[in-house]
Design a protein around this ligand. Structure first.
Ligand code: GLU
Length: 278
C-alpha cells in the first residue's frame, strides 16, 4: 500500500503508453493505497485545458479514480520560484545565454555527447565573469537558469537511490550535465517541478516510464539539496510495436479516444497493453 502518482502533460490525448503508466501507478499503489493524478502543465505554450479535461475523462472511462482536487503545476509557479531562489542563494545556479542554435552547434561539436542519449550541455556559460552576466542580463538578453551539478554534488556528497526492480542505484547526476531548472518563458522546469510536487504530495513510489530513468539522478540531487523526503522509484518498460520499436503513431491508432470510438473496451485496452509490454 503506497501513494503513487500518474503525471501526464496535457499536450494531447492520452495514448496506450499513458494508460500503461496510469495502470502501473494504480498497481503499485496496491488495493488500499492511493494513486494521485497530477497535471504537468508548466509549458503554457503546449498545454491546453481541454486536454487536461480529456485526460480525466479517459482515465475515468478506463475505470480509474483519484483524490480531488488534482494538483496542476501551472498554479504553483510561486513555489517553484521559491525553490529556485533557495538554490540561487546556495550559489548553485547560473544564467545560460546560449540560444537553441548555439546549443545544437556546441553539442554536435562535442565528442562527449553519448550516442542516442539526450545532448549534454558543455558548460559554455558556467564560467562567465559576474560582470559579463550582469551586463548581458541588463541588456535584456534571454537566459535560462542551469544547475551547476558538479558544485551541487560537492555540497551533497555521493548519493544513491532505490529502484524497486534494480535495487540500489549509485547517483550519477553528472551524466545529465548542467540541466536547465528555469527558462525565460517558464519559471520552472520539469526536473524542478516534479521533484517538489512529489514531495508536496507525499508520493512514496514514483512510477514512470523507463525513458525517465536517467532523470531520477537529477531528482535525487534536488531532493538532497532541498532537504526533501526521498521516495523509491519504479520504471516500467516502454510499450513496443510489432516491429520491436517503441510504440508510435506509425503502428496505427493508439490514442484512447479513437480506440474507444472504434468500439474498444477498457478490457481491450488492458489486453493491448499487456501485449505491447511483453
Ligand atoms: N509529465 C511527464 C510526462 O508526461 C511525466 C513525469 C513523471 O512521471 O515524472 O512524460
Amino acid at each position: 500500500m503506497a501513494v503513487t502518482r500518474f503525471a501526464p502533460s496535457p499536450t494531447g490525448y492520452l495514448h496506450l503508453g499513458h494508460a500503461y503508466s496510469a495502470l502501473f501507478a494504480v498497481e503499485n499503489a496496491g488495493p488500499t493505497g492511493t494513486m494521485l493524478l497530477r497535471i504537468e502543465d508548466i509549458d503554457l505554450t503546449r498545454c491546453r485545458p481541454e486536454f487536461a479535461a480529456a485526460i480525466a475523462e479517459d482515465l475515468h472511462w478506463l475505470g480509474l479514480s483519484w483524490p480531488v482536487p488534482v494538483r496542476r503545476q501551472s498554479v504553483h509557479f510561486d513555489e517553484y520560484r521559491a525553490a529556485l531562489d533557495r538554490l540561487d542563494a546556495m550559489a548553485l545556479l547560473y544564467p545560460c545565454f546560449c540560444t537553441r542554435s548555439q546549443l545544437a552547434a556546441q553539442v554536435s561539436a562535442s565528442a562527449s555527447a553519448p550516442h542516442g542519449a539526450s545532448p549534454i550541455y558543455p558548460g559554455t556559460c558556467r564560467h562567465l565573469a559576474e560582470a559579463e552576466r550582469a551586463r548581458r542580463i541588463a541588456a535584456g538578453e534571454a537566459f535560462a537558469l542551469r544547475l551547476d551539478v558538479a558544485k551541487a554534488l560537492r555540497q551533497t556528497g555521493a548519493l544513491s537511490w532505490t529502484d524497486l526492480d534494480r535495487g540500489t542505484i549509485a547517483g550519477d547526476p553528472l551524466s545529465l550535465g548542467d540541466v536547465v531548472l528555469a527558462r525565460k518563458d517558464f519559471p520552472a522546469s520539469y526536473h524542478l517541478a516534479v521533484t517538489l510536487d512529489d514531495a508536496r504530495q507525499g508520493v512514496e513510489i514514483v512510477t514512470r516510464g523507463q525513458d525517465l530513468f536517467e532523470a531520477t539522478h537529477i531528482h535525487r540531487l534536488l531532493q538532497a539539496l532541498m532537504d526533501l523526503p526521498v521516495p523509491v522509484w519504479r520504471h516500467h518498460p516502454l510499450l513496443m510495436g510489432p516491429d520491436g520499436k517503441r510504440l508510435a503513431k506509425r503502428d496505427g491508432v493508439t490514442d484512447l479516444r479513437s480506440l474507444r470510438a472504434d468500439g474498444k473496451t477498457p478490457e481491450d485496452i488492458r489486453a493491448m497493453i499487456c501485449q505491447a509490454a511483453t
